[in-house]
Structure formats: structure tokens, C-alpha cells
Design a protein around this ligand. Structure first.
Ligand code: ADP
Length: 495
């Protein structure tokens, strides 16, 4: 059976310190699987996996577009190599979708020190050039490589920018680093003569690029491209002082007007501030303003082929999902006897995501006799500390695991293991976790806000009977969450 083959080959490849050989529970019918344990020398999600490079080959039914263009995305994140949240997923998914429709697509990304080079195919240095920052020309390398079948150009300055263990939060000035990167991308086009039809910039980090393009590079040799800006989440907007903007070579004072880049909310304050996102909105040819429902890349997120799963499954053949759950329970030391609902929450731990509701759900799932796994990370020190305290409190038992880290591999396995995926956001432009959860056979429990309200419909809401696919609550109080989670548990037990 394929699942056994996968397990054996994984065990072979990794020389797992094997742990426990169980006769598999009878109803799995999978003879001899090797199960991980919490004591394994290499945690099961850090094993080597078969290549996860998914082909962008278009399914036969995808028609090629008639007006084919060259599109360059410029972004701070790209899944899976430099992903923090949904921005990374969306940029990769969108690029692959446009490739499959016949367009020529590249992504330009900072060459973060934390990027694992072995995850890039055909990596090669293509250009050495200088780009401006704060009165100096910084020696810069551009590399070319392929990630998830997308051509990527990596920009690597010789200064301290983008160094550190993570995508964000290094010990350099982030705003200035992205100002540098925005200019370095245009400078690279200028130096190499590459002129796409569309430069598609994402979020505040690249907000200064449209200013640089129209007020500087258009009078040099870049004439052809038109600029599209997509806003994924308005929480961050790149608050910027005039002097900081000047560091990329523009005169910051020129942009300090309402018509240009001043943040209207700071008018009358001393000093007033610029907003890179506002500047980007004003200077782009088109802005993706209205809400577009996200989609997930169904090749990358496919439980029937997902290289990270110990057993594959799909709607017509769901047995593998049980194995995934059992595997996770064994690997994390959760109780695996009996049938209890497993709630999974995978999220950045920031206020937007409903931190008090996540904390409450941990308690509630335990009270209801279920299990919960939280995979999350916070950029805010005290939030991380609070969750570390919670982990110390709960992780000793056999029903809760709070895992404070980022792991793409583990996230795939957890979606596959989950019975319920929890997304209790206070606000949510769209959200991907609920969609990925559904793709992996987990029922979503979500707060009724933004894109969550657009994608999850309560089974007990008669007006949406046709579309019913999960459990929805409205309030931001614990009782509201209980109401939805309790019904999801009841549904699990009854059905
Ligand atoms: P946001 O973009 O606000 O972070 P989304 O729901 O749109 O929220 O996307 C979040 C993406 O990031 C999902 O793919 C989710 O699985 C992933 N993710 C979030 N936190 C982690 C983590 N700690 N480890 C692995 N993946 C994570």
C-alpha cells in the first residue's frame, strides 16, 4: 500500500531512531508502521522529506490567456522558503496560477539569510551591481533560482540588511531595508534591461517602489512596466519619516502632502508621518482594493499527494486521515486510545487572531474531553512569553500541545490530523487556515468576520443550509466561542 511504502522510505531515508513498532490499530489495516515519539532524537517534522517541489503544470481544463504578459511580483514573503503568513501563500499561488495560464512570471525577493538554499533549484549568481542607500552605493548580488516551479530573483545586498534567523525582526532597520530592496529591484531592471509589462508589488514593504518608478526610473530607461499594488492586510502601512524616505534617494519632503504620501491620520501632529502604503496607492496604476476571496493552491495543499503526510487521503478514500491523526498523537505524546476530537489552530500569535479566544479554546477543549494543538509564533516578546507559560502549564498532560515555532512541514501534518480547525480572529481580511483545513478534511470553527464569514457557513443556520460547512460564532467573548466549539464537539461525537 502506498502509505506503507511512504513510511518505510521515510524511515529508511532518515535512519529514524525508532521508537516504537506497533501493530497498527486493527481498523487502520496498515500492518507495520513505525510511529514517532516525543523522545525521538530528530522530531518527526524535521525529518527529510521527498522533494516538495510541486509542478505548476496546468490542468488540461485551464485555458491559456490570450493577452500574454511578463509579470514580476515584488514581495517580502514567498511560500515556502520565506513565509510568515498568508502573504507568502498568496504570492506563490498567484504566480503559479498566472504561469499556468501562459504568462511569464518572476518573483523578486530579498535573499534573507534564513532562506534554506537547498530548497532552491538551479541557484546561480546572475548579476553583480550597485544600488543606492543613504548616500552610498551598496554592492549587491542578484541570484536566479526556481522555487515551487517559479523563477525567483533573489536580491542580496552586501550590508547587514536581511541578515538574521527569521524573515522579520532582524537587528537592522526593517523599513530602511525594504526601501533599499524596492530601489534595488528597479535598479536591477535598469542595469539588466529587463522590462516586464507589469510590476506587481505587495504590501507596505514595497510601497515606495511606485514612487521610485514614476519619479526616478521613468526618466532613466524603464518605460514599459505599469504598476499594480495588492494590499493583503491593512494593519501595517509602513509608517515613515521624511528623512527615512530620503534614504532611498527620493526627496522625502516632496511626498509630505495629502495628495502624495502623508498619512492623513497624522495631519496636525508634530511631526507628521508618511505612509509607504498610502504612497503606493497614490502612485500605482492599479490597486487591488476590493476584497478578493483567497484561494489555496490545490497542488501544494493536496492531502492525496502531500509529501509531508505519513499517509495520503482524499474525500473518496479518507482512511489515511486516521493514520495522520494517530501519527501526530503518537509523535506529540497525546492520548491515542479512544476517539476524541482533535482541534488544531495554526496561526501567527498577534492580536488580530483573537489571542484570548485561542487561550480559552485550549481550556475548553480540555474540559470537553477533547484535544488541542496550537502551532504558532509571535513577533511580540510578551505574547510569546505568555504562551510559553501556557505551554508549561498544559504540555505535561496528554490532551494539549502548545508548539511555539514556525514549521511548514508540521503545519501540513496538523491540518491532516485535525478534526476541527479553529480560526477565532477578531478581524480577518480573508484567512487561509480555514480553507486549508477544509481541504484536509477538518471542520472549521470560525468567528464571523471578513473572509471567514465569506467562506464558512454554519450547519445550524437554515438560511445557508446548502452551503453549510462548519461552525460560526459572532461575539468576541468566551461564551460565543463555547457555543460554536461545543456544537462542533457534539457533531463529532454524534456522527
Ligand atoms: P495571515 O496571513 O494573517 O497570517 P492566513 O490565514 O491568511 O493568515 O495565512 C496563514 C498562513 O500561515 C497559513 O498557511 C498557515 O498555515 C500559516 N502559518 C501560520 N502560523 C504558522 C506556523 N507557526 N507554522 C507554520 N505555518 C504557519
Amino acid at each position: 500500500m502506498p502509505a506503507i511504502a511512504t513510511m518505510k522510505s521515510l524511515a529508511f531515508m532518515n535512519k529514524w531512531v525508532v521508537t516504537e513498532k506497533l501493530g497498527c490499530p486493527a481498523d487502520f489495516g496498515f500492518g507495520e508502521l513505525v510511529w514517532p515519539t516525543p523522545g525521538d532524537e530528530i522530531p518527526f517534522w524535521k525529518n527529510k522529506f521527498p522533494s516538495r517541489d510541486a509542478s505548476p503544470e496546468a490542468p488540461a481544463e485551464i485555458e491559456k490567456d490570450s493577452n500574454l504578459m511578463h509579470i514580476i511580483h515584488i514581495t517580502a514573503e514567498m511560500a515556502p522558503i520565506a513565509k510568515v503568513g498568508g502573504l507568502g501563500d498568496v504570492v506563490t499561488g498567484l504566480a503559479r496560477a498566472c504561469l499556468s495560464r501562459g504568462h511569464t512570471v518572476d518573483i523578486m525577493l530579498p535573499f534573507y539569510e534564513c532562506i534554506q538554499k537547498q530548497e532552491i533549484s538551479d541557484l546561480a549568481l546572475i548579476t553583480t551591481y550597485n544600488s543606492y542607500h543613504d548616500g552610498n552605493w551598496v554592492a549587491t548580488n542578484a541570484y536566479h533560482g526556481v522555487v515551487s516551479s517559479i523563477p525567483v530573483i533573489f536580491i542580496e545586498p552586501s550590508n547587514q540588511f536581511f541578515k538574521g534567523k527569521n524573515v522579520y525582526g532582524g537587528s537592522y532597520n526593517e523599513l530602511e531595508a525594504y526601501l533599499f530592496f524596492s530601489r534595488a529591484c528597479l535598479e536591477w531592471m535598469q542595469v539588466t534591461g529587463v522590462q516586464p509589462d507589469i510590476i506587481h508589488v505587495h504590501e507596505w514593504q514595497i510601497g515606495a517602489l511606485p514612487l521610485l518608478y514614476w519619479d526616478m526610473y521613468q526618466s532613466l530607461s524603464l518605460k514599459k512596466p505599469r504598476i499594480v499594488l495588492t494590499i493583503h492586510n491593512m494593519e501595517h502601512y509602513g509608517e515613515c519619516r521624511q528623512e527615512q524616505l530620503s534614504k532611498c534617494g527620493l526627496d522625502g519632503s516632496i511626498y509630505a502632502s495629502v495628495e502624495k504620501a502623508i498619512d492623513d491620520r497624522t495631519i496636525g501632529h508634530n511631526p507628521e508621518r508618511l505612509s509607504l502604503l498610502k504612497g503606493g496607492i497614490v502612485y500605482s496604476n492599479a490597486v487591488v482594493y476590493f476584497g478578493i476571496l483567497n484561494g489555496i493552491d490545490t497542488v501544494i495543499w493536496n492531502p492525496a499527494t502531500d509529501a509531508f503526510l505519513p499517509a495520503k487521503f482524499h474525500a473518496q478514500k479518507p482512511e489515511g486521515k486516521k493514520i495522520c491523526k494517530y501519527y501526530i498523537q503518537k509523535g506529540l505524546g497525546l492520548k491515542s486510545e479512544g476517539t476524541v476530537p482533535l482541534v488544531v489552530c495554526i496561526t501567527r500569535l498577534v492580536a488580530q487572531k483573537g489571542l484570548h479566544l485561542i487561550t480559552h479554546a485550549i481550556k475548553r477543549a480540555e474540559e470537553l474531553g477533547g484535544q488541542m494543538i496550537l502551532l504558532g509564533n509571535s513577533p511580540v516578546h510578551w505574547v510569546q512569553k505568555d504562551f510559553e507559560d501556557l505551554a508549561n502549564l498544559h504540555n505535561k498532560g496528554t490532551s494539549t500541545r502548545i508548539l511555539l515555532m514556525y514549521s511548514e512541514e508540521l503545519s501540513h501534518m496538523l491540518y491532516a490530523a485535525a478534526d476541527i480547525v479553529l480560526v477565532p480572529s477578531i478581524y480577518e481580511p480573508c484567512g487561509l487556515a480555514q480553507m486549508i483545513g477544509m481541504r484536509y478534511g477538518a471542520v472549521p470553527v470560525v468567528r464571523k468576520t471578513g473572509g471567514l464569514a465569506d467562506t464558512v457557513f454554519d450547519v445550524d443556520d437554515p438560511s445557508n443550509h446548502e452551503k453549510a460547512n462548519g461552525f460560526v460564532f459572532e461575539g468576541i467573548d468566551e461564551g460565543s466561542l463555547n457555543w460554536a466549539l461545543d456544537r462542533a464537539f457534539r457533531h463529532f461525537i454524534d456522527n
